[in-house]
Structures are given as C-alpha cells and as structure tokens.
Write a protein that binds this ligand. Structure first.
Ligand code: NAD
Ligand code: UD1
Length: 362
C-alpha cells in the first residue's frame, strides 16, 4: 500500500467528524495538526483523541479565513496534505443566514486553498455532502446523479466542489478528493469522543440519544406518510469511525493528480422507526415519540451507491446500524451533557471560561 505523506493538517479537527479523523490518522502513524476556531466544538475532544491514541497532536486555535495564519502553520509544521472539514453545517440556519454560510464555507475554502498554493501543499481531501444531490431522481445515488442542492448549506458544498475542479484545471499538480458523506452517526467505541451538538439537535441520532437518557421528553417524527414500508423517512446512516477511515483511504489513493469525487455511505437505508427500535434494543431504554408533520425540505428515501469508493479507494463501511446505535449510546451514557464546558457555551458563556487541561500546543 502507498505510504501517506506524513504531516496532515485537519481543519475543523475538534468537531464531530474531525476528531474521529484525527484518531484514524494518529493510529496510522501520521502526524496531525488541527486548525479549528472552536465555533462549534470544544478542545476537550482533542484531549481525548490524544489519550485514546497515546500520541500528541498540534492544535492551533485559528480560523481558515485567515490566509496568513494558515500559510504560516502550513510552513512551520511542514504540512504535506490537508483534510478540510471546517465549515458550518446546519441546513435550517443556512436558510436564515445564507451569507454567513457562503463566507465561512466558500470564502474560507478559497483562503485555505490560496495558503496551500503558496505553501506548495497540493493534496486536499474535502468534506462534501450527499446534500449536493438534492431530491433523488433514482436510487441508490451514484456520483453521476444530477446535482441540485435545495438549501444554501448544500449549495456551499456544491460551489466548493466546482471551485476545486476549476483549481485543478488551472494547475494539474493538485490531488483533490471530494468526499460526499451520507448520514454520519455513532461514536468512538471508547465512548470518549462523539457528537456534542450545541442546543437542540437537528439530526435524528443525537435527538434519539437525548430522549433515551431523559434529557428530552420525546422525539417528534417528522412524518409517517412517506412512500416507504413503514411510512417514515429512510437514510443511509454510516458509522463515523468508518467514515473517518475513508479519509485515510482517500489520502492513500490520491496517487495521481486529479479530482476524485466519491460517496461515503453504506449502501443501506434504515427508516426512522428502525433506528428507534434498534436504539431501544441496544440501550434498554424506551424512546417515546410522537408523529408530527413532514419537515420542509426532507426527502422520503436517500441512500448511496458506494461502489466507486470501493473501487477507487479500496474502502467500504463495516459497522452495522446496531453498532452505530450501541456506540452512540455509550458516548451518551458516559457524557450525558457532552464534553465538559459545552453547557457553558450553549448558555453563551465564552470559551475563556472553559477549563484548560489540554496537553496540545495551542
Ligand atoms: P462540526 O461542526 O462538529 O465540525 C466542524 C468544525 O469546524 C467545528 O469544530 C468548528 O468549530 C470548525 N469550524 C467551522 N468554521 C470554521 C472556520 N472558519 N475556521 C476554523 N474552524 C471552523 O461538524 P461535523 O459534523 O464534524 O462536520 C464536519 C464537516 O463535514 C463539515 O464541513 C460538514 O459540512 C461536513 N458534513 C457533515 C455531515 C454531518 O452530518 N455531520 C454530513 C455531510 C457533510
Ligand atoms: C439532514 C440535512 C442534510 C444533511 C444531513 C446530515 C435537512 C433538511 N437535511 O438530513 O442536508 O446532509 O442532515 O447532516 O436538515 N427526523 C425526525 N425527527 C427528528 C430528526 C430527524 O423524524 O427530530 C427524521 C428526518 O425527517 C429524516 C431522518 O430522521 O427522515 C434523518 O434526519 P436527519 O438526521 O436530520 O438527516 P437528513 O434528513 O438526512
């Protein structure tokens, strides 16, 4: 197998997916530098990443929109490739503040890429999303499916993908991987690292977990009148640890200059009711729910054709829905209120109040 270049910059590395990507990289013997502005995360995640891996990483509290700072970090740390996860991701919020999303996600990526170009770092793995497909015209969704995101968040992902293709057309030294994630769920099997949403969770699994632990009274199922076997929506849930390993595979397989765009999904769909039942079985807790109206913008069914990832990256997911729920539950049980300090952040208390127990250099 091709050896991956050694020092990887992970933007957004303190976040949910980023922290699992850091574990995958450190476990593979790579050196890791994280840049995160902590707008939606907590440094405690990186402390735990290091204790799981028994290795340290470098943390820089910085914003990807600051090109000079990113350039300095790339040079000073001898970065050889970048995994770019930093971004804002809430669909509803992107409808309310579209310019904030374009500025953070699109402009942020432009600045990052400019810094990379100047530092002659030309290997980039980008966090895209299945949301770029919009309303499915056929299933499963393969990479040739027409693109048509239905909200500003999704459009930032599509614009970035297009921008990166133009970048490659202008300079064919670049190696770029656009990874279109389906629905990441679960947590590291240690229960130390997981998803820690600020405020009320938007996505299904974190909400279900918070109901199971008694933090919320019940789940509202957004519609049971879809054209699906049990009437509830079907999604391709993928274990975050499988997703993280897809990034390592992408780095290994970006052998030739070019742009590779691939789905990271399991190829299997599970309904909302199936998720609830599986979660109840693994947790031994009940998850009370009520049926509500459909959520605007939701589709009935969405799942991936993961064939290209298997062919091009030699990657496939291995973890079952049961394992996703079990690992998510372990994380929830061990961290009923998320990482230490997150509650302060939800209440608007600034980062400066957080305990600083980090061994990372910042
Ligand atoms: P997350 O919010 O947990 O992680 C994103 C991280 O980026 C956070 O730590 C945040 O503080 C940081 N960040 C945001 N803007 C920044 C900036 N300007 N400079 C530096 N850091 C910044 O989200 P996640 O779920 O880990 O998602 C990671 C990436 O994957 C995002 O780009 C997201 O759009 C994409 N994605 C996520 C999902 C999902 O369901 N979680 C699905 C598809 C794609
Ligand atoms: C959402 C985003 C999508 C993003 C994806 C992964 C919207 C419209 N879409 O998609 O852009 O890529 O997350 O982050 O926000 N559900 C409930 N009750 C809840 C929460 C969810 O019934 O409280 C249902 C939804 O209607 C859906 C399923 O659970 O059928 C999954 O929802 P969610 O986790 O939000 O993921 P997506 O809808 O796929």
């Amino acid at each position: 197998m091709r050896k991956v270049s050694k020092t990887i910059l992970v933007t957004g590395g303190a976040g949910y997916i980023g922290s699992h990507v850091c574990i995958a990289l450190l476990d593979a013997g790579l050196d890791v530098v994280v840049v995160d502005n902590l707008s939606n995360s907590n440094k405690a995640s990186l402390e735990r990443v290091q204790s799981i891996c028994g290795r340290s990483l470098v943390f820089r509290h910085a914003d990807i929109r600051n090109e000079e700072v990113i350039y300095d970090i790339l040079r000073a740390c001898g970065v050889t490739a970048v995994i770019h996860l930093a971004g804002l991701k809430a669909v509803g919020d992107s409808n309310v503040r579209p310019m904030t999303y374009y500025e953070n996600n699109v402009l942020g990526t432009m600045r990052l890429v400019s810094a990379m170009k100047r530092a002659k770092v030309k290997t980039l793995v980008f966090s895209s999303s299945a949301t770029v497909y919009g309303i499915p015209r056929y299933l499963p969704l393969d990479e040739k499916h027409p693109l048509g995101p239905t909200n500003p968040y999704g459009r930032t992902k599509l614009f970035i993908e297009e921008m990166l293709k133009d970048l490659y057309r202008s300079d064919d030294d670049w190696r770029i991987g656009n990874l279109r994630y389906f629905n990441p769920v679960g947590a590291h099997e240690s229960g130390l690292v997981g998803e820690d949403p600020l405020g009320v969770p938007n996505n299904l699994l974190p909400f279900v977990a918070q109901v199971a632990i008694g933090r919320r009274e019940k789940l509202l199922i957004w519609g049971n009148d879809y054209d699906t076997p049990d009437g509830t929506g079907i999604r391709d849930f993928i274990h975050v640890v499988d997703l993280a390993s897809g990034h390592l595979s992408a780095l290994r397989h970006l052998r030739q200059p070019g742009v590779l765009t691939v789905n990271l999904g399991t190829g299997n769909g599970s309904s909302v009711l199936e998720v609830i039942r599986t979660f109840e079985a693994v947790s031994g807790r009940s998850v009370p729910y009520e049926i509500g109206a459909r959520r605007a913008g939701d589709v009935a069914i969405c799942y991936a054709d993961p064939t290209l990832a298997k062919q091009a990256l030699c990657w496939k997911s291995t973890r079952s829905l049961k394992q996703m729920c079990a690992d998510h539950w372990r994380w929830q049980l061990q961290n009923p209120n998320g990482y230490p300090g997150t509650e302060l952040k939800v209440r608007g208390v600034v980062q400066a109040c957080l305990p600083s127990r980090l061994s990372v250099r910042s």
